[in-house]
Write a protein that binds this ligand. Structure first.
Ligand code: MG
Length: 385
């Protein structure tokens, strides 16, 4: 029995993780979880996962809930997330939080001797260097839940790192892949949230439309698989059937394919190195799909993809700045405060204008994050619709 702490239980990945756990009740057990503001989900999750510890966002919610559930210990806020990651008795942290808030609990889990299944990509985008160092120092493992990275992880099994020529991350292109830049000027939040292949949370769906998400995934791959940026390529693939590939030195290219169902990468992160059965309504049927398409990405059309490579190669605090500015700009677009194309303008300006600093400590990351957020907030105020 593997005991799990699940952060971000009420989100899209969190709920699908619970579904995977319920498919294998004798193998996995959620022993603690966090739900942020979605306290209405607690009762539903508790029905099948009776836990002793829960983290919520607000202190007042924690106090009220402690009266409703006297047998459960409630913690709250960012410190509560770290408390679950550090103090509970468990085997694997499943981090399905959204945003930089996911970084500290990941670090605390590793430093307290736990392995992590990571869906929170901002952890590696912002703090990849410190996480990489902590994993080596503490002899812990990180299992990717992002579909592309799970695909690469699967394609790497049984092969040697030295024989890898390059990683090829596939990209659907998001909700606006057929629109040119002129047409992007007045797209709406509703249009952006309508992803053609995947059902995901709001923040990541907007990041997919700007392709910031794909840029983040390049950075994630850099840290997860210890691969330099010159050997990580992005390939447009509108069908989202090939989830990513690894090319070896003999040019043999191994691809992982599957239905667009996040429960597969979630489950593989929990069961590795084994594979378990997974009940799927629509497993992959290549005959039905018929043909697959691939093309090179147009970095002028998607400048945030190019920006992520640039920030990653320069290193230091720039990834933290980029992510902080993007979190603010993404949220402002979702609230209808700025137009779609303003997201990328703000993020690009932030990275270009930020004072460069090497990252040695968590405080350096926090400073980069705050600089990016403050810069973005000023720009958002100036460019309000
Ligand atoms: Mg992905």
């Amino acid at each position: 029995m593997k005991r799990l702490v699940l952060l971000g239980a009420s989100g899209s990945i969190g709920m699908q993780t619970i579904d995977v756990v319920h498919q294998h009740p004798s193998d996995f057990e959620v022993i603690a979880f966090s739900v942020g503001h979605h306290i209405e989900k607690i009762a539903e999750i508790l029905k099948d996962s009776p836990v002793k510890n829960i983290c919520v966002q607000e202190e007042k919610d924690a106090i009220e809930l402690a009266h409703v559930y006297p047998d459960i210990h409630f913690v709250y806020g960012d410190e509560g997330l770290c408390w679950l990651a550090e103090k509970c008795e468990y085997d694997l942290l499943v981090n399905a939080l959204v945003g930089f808030v996911g970084f500290m609990p990941t670090l605390k889990a590793i430093e307290s001797g736990h392995d992590v299944a990571l869906a929170n990509k901002e952890t590696l985008v912002v703090g990849g260097k410190l996480i990489y160092e902590a994993l080596h120092r503490c002899h812990r493992s990180l299992y990717p839940i992002d579909s592309e990275h799970s695909a690469i992880f699967q394609c790497l099994q049984g092969n040697r790192h030295a024989e890898v020529k390059r990683l090829i991350i596939t990209a659907s292109g998001g909700s606006f892949r057929t629109k040119n830049r002129e047409e992007l000027k007045d797209v709406t939040v509703e249009q952006a949230l309508n992803h053609p292949n995947w059902t995901m949370g709001a923040k990541i769906t907007i990041d997919s439309a700007t392709m910031m998400n794909k840029g983040f995934e390049v950075t994630e791959a850099h840290w997860l698989f210890d691969m330099d940026y010159d050997h990580i390529d992005v390939l447009m693939h509108p069908e989202s059937v090939v989830h990513s590939m690894v090319e070896y030195v003999d040019h043999s290219t191994i691809a992982q394919m599957g239905a667009a169902d996040m429960r597969l990468p979630i489950q593989y992160a929990l069961t590795w190195p084994q594979r378990y059965p997974l009940a799927q309504e629509h497993p992959l049927d290549l005959a039905e799909i018929g043909s697959l398409h691939f093309s090179k990405p147009d970095v002028r059309r998607f400048p945030l993809l190019a920006l992520a490579y640039e920030a990653g190669r320069k290193g230091g605090n720039l990834d933290a700045v980029m992510n902080g500015a993007n979190e603010e700009a993404n949220a402002a677009f979702r609230k209808g405060i700025i137009p779609f194309l303003m997201i990328e303008e703000i993020v690009i300006r932030a990275v270009n204008l930020a004072p460069f600093k090497e990252v040695e400590t968590v405080q350096d990351l926090m400073d980069g994050d705050v600089w990016g957020r403050n810069f973005a907030r000023t720009q958002i105020e100036r460019n309000r619709i």
